[in-house]
Design a protein around this ligand. Structure first.
Ligand code: EPZ
Length: 418
């Protein structure tokens, strides 16, 4: 197991290059199974979720070649429709493979997917959508078995704008016979990026980002070279780090419009934020004021994936805040750890009630999930004294070279093996 040792109190100065979006790369890797021609994905982050997704693809018979930060996937020899359960339990995005594997083999078998322990995370909307496309689904002994003679287009109304369900149905519908319309679809930028990738390999997808996605089935697909969008959550995490530690940080290679809800909140806190082309510069050298409320919502609302980091910021602002987590049932597991660092925070149901304190105190804390773990690192960086963050494998799932990027900004953080 590995941990971070952090000596807090340094201000952060400098530039940080943002990686390609984890939540765009993962469905795009799943989509590579749809075509027999090579797909090259550029600027791929070195994170364990991507490595595990590539492992699953190789178990299906795909070939994967890493070259610097690029990955080339060749699915021409793919010959297996069963996603290995050990890997499926490792990451949520394994479930996206249902759509692309069923499209390729008309068969698919997967154990219930894993991922961060932030809630129940059912897949009912995925399965209902696939059934509407003609898939017969049985669930037995913890496995989901899918079969179909052929896939045909249909209209699907999602009960909630699920990112994963939208993506899974898009993947299954690309080569279906006829047209599929997904209503109440997720609007996240990663959905638009998946649409762009699918059209790049010859699919006919439109409407992503609007809430209604239309997929006209095609017969053949080809290869392509593709640069996914920047990771808006990584960018947001570094901006919040700068707000908490003070200094001036420039996030480079980022689409500011994809995190406008965060920028709005940080400006409300009193941060100076300048936007220039694909750069966001945050400057802060004083204690910030609390924002009264933060409510996580599906895009374009405040992203649930920045909830923990923003709560950590609220803990050291002057005043009180209420943070409401509307998407996941148990996404406050990091709160007891922040309390060890002196946070004054009470969680009741989906609400965290925060009273700002002057400073965090360094402490030994444990990461329980990806974004909660990142929030603990930010708290350690801003704290007085020394902190240790244990079980940082959770953080490695979504942040590539995290400690290197933070050290380049002046943070005192090292990774050690225990
Ligand atoms: C994706 O997860 C992201 N993961 C999550 O990021 C992100 O938090 C989430 O979307 C919301 O934006 C990836 O893209 C790999 P959902 P996903 O389906 O697809 C309910 C991170 O930190 N729901 O949009 O699992 C569900 O319970 C990760 O990078 C159903 O009820 O999220 C939740 O309450 C964490 N039935 C809500 O929808 C279903 O069949 C949103 O879930 C599916 C979802």
């Amino acid at each position: 197991m590995e941990k971070y040792i952090i000596n807090g109190g340094n201000k952060l100065y400098g530039s940080v290059k943002i990686q390609a979006a984890k939540n765009s790369v993962l469905p795009i890797l799943a989509a590579a199974v749809l075509t027999d021609e090579k797909v090259k994905i550029l600027n791929v982050p070195q994170i364990s979720d991507v490595k595990n997704m590539v492992k699953i693809l190789t178990c299906l018979g795909c070939k994967a070649v890493y070259e610097n930060n690029n990955i080339t996937i060749d699915s021409s020899s793919a010959d297996c429709y069963e996603i290995p359960s050990a890997l499926a339990h490792e990451l949520r995005s394994s479930v996206f493979l249902l759509g692309s594997v069923i499209s390729r083999f008309h068969m698919a078998k997967i154990a219930y997917p894993g991922g961060c322990d932030i809630g129940l995370r059912p897949v009912d909307l995925h399965l209902t959508g696939l059934k509407r496309l003609g898939v017969n689904i049985t669930e037995k002994n913890g496995y989901i078995l899918c079969k179909c003679d052929k896939l045909f287009g249909n209209e699907i109304m999602l009960d909630c704008p699920s990112v994963g369900a939208t993506e899974n149905i898009m993947l299954a519908a690309v080569k279906a016979e006829g047209t599929t319309v997904i209503k109440n679809a997720a609007r996240e930028p990663e959905i638009e990026d998946l649409q762009k990738f699918l059209n790049c390999i010859g699919a006919k997808v439109s409407g992503a980002g609007s809430g209604t996605v239309i997929i006209e089935g095609v017969q053949t697909l080809h290869g392509c070279e593709f640069l996914p969008i920047p990771d808006r959550i990584e960018a947001g995490t570094f901006l919040i780090a700068a707000a908490m530690c003070g200094g001036e940080v420039r996030a480079e290679g980022v689409y500011h419009e994809n995190i406008s809800s965060l920028i709005h909140k940080l400006r409300e806190n009193g941060c100076k934020i300048h936007i220039k082309d694909d750069k966001i510069i945050l400057e802060n050298n004083r204690r910030l004021a609390s924002v009264k409320t933060i409510e996580t919502q599906p895009y374009p609302g405040f992203p649930t994936d920045l909830q923990a980091q923003m709560t950590a910021l609220c803990c050291i602002c002057s005043g009180q805040s209420i943070i409401t987590e509307n998407l996941f049932e148990t996404r406050f597991k990091y709160v007891p750890e922040l309390r060890k660092m002196g946070a004054d925070i009470t969680v009741i149901d989906r609400n965290a009630f925060v009273r700002g304190v002057e400073k965090f105190k360094g402490a030994n804390v444990i990461a329980h999930d990806l974004r909660g773990g990142a929030a603990l690192v930010l708290a350690g960086l801003a704290a007085d004294g020394r902190s240790e963050v244990m079980d940082i494998s959770h953080i490695d799932r979504g942040y590539g070279s995290f400690e290197y990027k933070l050290r380049n900004l002046g943070a005192d953080i090292v990774r050690v093996t225990v």
